[in-house]
Design a protein around this ligand. Structure first.
Ligand code: SF4
Length: 52
């Protein structure tokens, strides 16, 4: 597992979290939304999340 310096993340519960530091270990991630019309930050999701 390698740290991706371009993707900071503090979701420790994710399988792809780097753990030692708050970064993602994937090469790229998919960001999306669960809303029809996203207007605030809470509307956005990391679609690459997998429960650890
Ligand atoms: S896949 Fe998404 S939620 Fe998981 S560590 Fe990477 S950026 Fe964070």
């Amino acid at each position: 597992m390698e740290k991706n310096n371009c993707i900071k993340c503090d979701i420790n519960q994710c399988k792809y979290h780097y753990k030692a530091e708050d970064y993602c270990s994937l090469e790229q991630i998919q960001v999306g939304t669960h809303e029809k019309n996203p207007t605030v930050v809470e509307c956005t999701d990391c679609k690459s999340f997998v429960l650890d």
